[in-house]
Every structure is written in C-alpha cells, then in structure tokens.
Ligand binder design. Structure first.
Ligand SMILES: Nc1ncnc2c1ncn2[C@@H]1O[C@H](COP(=O)(O)OP(=O)(O)O)[C@@H](O)[C@H]1O
Ligand SMILES: [Mg+2]
Length: 271
C-alpha cells in the first residue's frame, strides 16, 4: 500500500542477466517489481550474491536491465545522474587530495565558483563533524573519518537520491553505530531518498522505513517489511526485537526454501 505517496524509484519487471565471453549466462536479479517512495529510507538485505549490488547499480544507472525497466521520477534510468550519488564501502576518495579538496571536487565539477565551493564543502564537513580534519589527507584519517568525508562529498551537492552499498561494512562496530546515527541526523534535515544495502539485519531495522529481504539463487526481492518504529530507535527494546525476529523468520523461510530447492535437485539428480 502506498498511502498516496509518490514512487521515486520503480522496478518494473526489471531483471539483470550477465553473459560471459564464453556465452554462459547468469541471472543476478530475476524480474521483479519494487517501488521506493520519495524521501524514503529503504534498506536492501540479503546474503552475499543475492543481487543487492546489482539492484542498486541498476537504480544508479551503472548497469542496464536486460529485461523490464527501472524508472526514476517516471523516466527510465539510462545512465548515472548528478542528482543521484553512490557511496561505496571503500570510500572512493582521491588519496592525493585533502578532505576539503575531496569534498570540493564534486562542486568544482559542477562549475561552482571556488569561493562558494569552499564554503559549501566546509559546511558539509562540519555536518559530519570533520571541521578539524579538513586539511588532512585520507591516509591520515580513520576508516570512519574517510567514510564521513565520502558522505560530506555526497551531501555537498545536495542529491535527491543517495545510494549506499554496504557503506559501513569495513568499519568497527562502535564507529558503525555512530555513523548510523549521523546518517539518520542528516536524513532528518534533508528531503532525500536513501537506498542502503547491508547484510546486517540490525542495521537495516535501525535505519530503514522499510526493509527489502532479498534471496539468492536466483537473486530476487523476496519480501518487504515495514519497520513501524519511531526514530531514534532503541535496539534493546522489545519492539525492536519483534522486527529482528520477523527478519530472521523471513531469512529462515528463505533458507528453508533454498534447502528444499537443493534437496529437490538432489532427489531429481538421483532419479
Ligand atoms: N559483472 C558481472 N558479471 C557476471 N556476473 C556478475 C557480475 N556482477 C555480479 N555478478 C553475479 O551476480 C550475482 C549477484 O551479484 P551482486 O549483485 O554483486 O550480489 P551481492 O551484492 O548481493 O553480493 C553474483 O552471483 C555475482 O557473481
Ligand atoms: Mg554487493
């Protein structure tokens, strides 16, 4: 049910099959439908290889579907767009540039005047608590700080959509929790649609308005869980545990069906 909300991103029977040079094919994502609403924080969770990155790359325009379509604001996504920014696990910073220059890079690319670019970049660094680190290079920063720079660089250009592919996966648990809160703070202040890929179920429940459960072999959207808890959420509350159980349940079903599927294959193979 969309409650009258506007879909920002829509999968319309979108699928992705990769073909190798030897002619073999592998369907990373089977035809599926999904609507992401404007301003929504949507998490994609699932085991490795279930097509999470494929799905987010289709939305970001890094890949094209081999069937169906992916629409943003009703238009097929044909290529990356300056209003949509991707943040990866490995930060993607230029090692030879300072934090400030990394953040200014996207602004300079947009032809923004140097003085304005600097002002905006400093404000973006401040919003992720990195004012003191503006002059440092990436090798002088911790993993958490580097990911904050990447976040500041993304936010500086005020994107309408933020794609995040396991952005906190390389960080230690405490840094990760802090960055989750910072991300929610940022989201509270801006009208931004966030697509966040993770394989951490707690992270998905803590952050997402909805959580899309994906399954592998073949990669697909299996289930959608609406997390009906106000922000900020409390991981120690029973209501949070309710969603934890719900997600585990969803994954047990997925695993059971995979086991059943492989059992069936074994039985068939032995016939
Ligand atoms: N460029 C590619 N060429 C061939 N196969 C790919 C390519 N990208 C991904 N795949 C395959 O598609 C499946 C889904 O990959 P991916 O979307 O990266 O999964 P996830 O992000 O959930 O781990 C995997 O089996 C992967 O090996
Ligand atoms: Mg991935």
């Amino acid at each position: 049910m969309n409650n009258g909300r506007i879909p920002k991103i829509s999968f319309r029977n979108a699928e992705k099959t990769f073909y190798s040079s030897s002619g073999e094919s592998h369907t990373a994502l089977t035809a599926g439908n999904l609507d992401v609403y404007k301003g929504e924080f949507l998490c994609l969770v699932g085991p490795s290889g279930c097509g999470k990155s494929t799905a987010i790359n289709l939305m970001a325009g890094f890949e094209q579907p081999t069937g169906g379509s992916v629409l943003i604001d009703g238009e097929p996504v044909l290529e990356p767009h300056p209003d949509r920014i991707m943040i990866f696990q490995d930060y993607g910073l230029f090692p030879w540039k300072t934090a400030l220059d990394n953040v200014m890079f996207g602004l300079r690319c947009r032809g923004i005047k140097e003085v304005d670019a600097k002002k905006t970049a400093l404000a973006a660094l401040e919003s992720v608590n990195l004012t003191a680190e503006a002059k440092r290079h990436p090798h002088e920063l911790s993993g958490g700080m580097k990911q904050r720079v990447a976040l500041a660089r993304a936010l500086a250009v005020e994107p309408g959509v933020l794609f995040m592919d396991e952005p906190f996966a390389a960080l230690d648990a405490f840094t990760r929790l802090r960055l989750q809160d910072e991300l929610l703070d940022i989201r509270k202040k801006r009208q931004i649609t966030v697509i966040f890929v993770t394989h951490d179920l707690d992270e998905a429940i803590y952050l997402g308005d909805r959580v899309v459960v994906m399954a592998a072999n073949p990669g697909r959207f299996e289930d959608i869980i609406t997390v009906d808890l106000p922000y900020p959420r409390d991981r120690t509350e029973q209501s949070f545990d309710h969603y934890r159980k719900k997600l585990f349940h969803a994954f047990n079903l997925v695993h059971n069906s995979e086991r059943k599927h492989s059992n069936t294959q074994q039985v068939t193979a032995s016939l």
